[in-house]
Design a protein around this ligand. Sequence first.
Ligand SMILES: Cc1cc2nc3c(=O)[nH]c(=O)nc-3n(C[C@H](O)[C@H](O)[C@H](O)COP(=O)(O)OP(=O)(O)OC[C@H]3O[C@@H](n4cnc5c(N)ncnc54)[C@H](O)[C@@H]3O)c2cc1C
Length: 312
Amino acid sequence: MNNDREKIKQCLMGLWSGQVRWDAPMADYCTLKVGGEAWAVLAPTDSDSIVRITNGLSAEGFAWRVIGQGSNLLVPDEGYHGAILVMGSGYGAIRMVNEAGEAVRLEVEAGCRLGRLLNWSLEKGLAGLEFVVGIPGTLGGAVVMNAGAIGREMKDVIDLVTILDGAGEVHTRTQDQLSFTYRSWGEPPESILLSARLVLDQGDGDQLRETCRELMRARRGRQPWGMANAGSIFKNPPGGYAGKLIETTGLKGLQVGGAMVSEEHANVIVNTGKATATDVITLMHEVRDQVLTRHGISLEPEIHMLTVRPWE
Ligand SMILES: Cc1cc2nc3c(=O)[nH]c(=O)nc-3n(C[C@H](O)[C@H](O)[C@H](O)COP(=O)(O)OP(=O)(O)OC[C@H]3O[C@@H](n4cnc5c(N)ncnc54)[C@H](O)[C@@H]3O)c2cc1C
């Protein structure tokens, strides 16, 4: 691993002529608003650049990670010693591919926000994505996390995906060639989701909008508003709910520094204003240990930790 902060600048400047934010506070790039600095943050706008930059960084031994909106991300206080590629709105095009009978196929780039994708499909009267209403994040993050709600998941709308694999090769995979499970797309962590083809159904725009409004109303009562958070911290254990286990252990409101178990939803940790990543991690350990003692169940984190090459 190349640990030279200055050398990464030279390397990146040879790979990318667009903007780079050096020594960037990662709290700006994740919804929990904690974490130290990344050496470099950039937002490529096309797949050729993503391939060139990641292959070039890997060849020189520099660490890199791809992120979306950072809505399921915990960045350590020591930051990230490498480059962060943000899949943002510049790499978020939506294109109708074909309309065959009831089914409609869309090609969507990884950086497209879920909210924009949902609005776009509602405007066209396309059904199938209503479950993402109120889930922040990008298409890429949602596929990688197999994000879901109300019994539906991203895998239910995926037709095929275009991936840049760990060897630096681009290829496509159909839905049945992927191994989606609960909150995972089953690919190695070094794989990048470049784009996905989604399959939706023809529907009634007004009716779909009303369904989304109802789902949003139900959501509002169940999650904290106005305080930075990263959604569910722990995965639900088989046959149960992490939130219920945490609540019945009496941990709502438990606080470490500026991090607190939400009063509204026990499986959410909120940043009350000045939390550090260490506060959040310490609180997660405390919650996991107390739930294990009380219920004999060991909770696994759902949130992803932004560490240097977690696959090594
Ligand atoms: C208020 C709130 C409510 C939420 N509700 C839900 C919910 O109901 N259901 C649910 O499932 N989740 C929920 N979440 C969690 C989160 O919104 C989803 O997991 C979302 O899909 C993450 O997308 P993102 O773009 O923010 O990913 P990020 O947080 O940026 O990244 C998550 C992981 O995916 C990787 N990644 C991101 N993009 C790519 C890419 N293109 N290629 C390869 N790897 C990539 C990152 O490296 C990281 O490991 C909620 C979060 C919040 C804050």
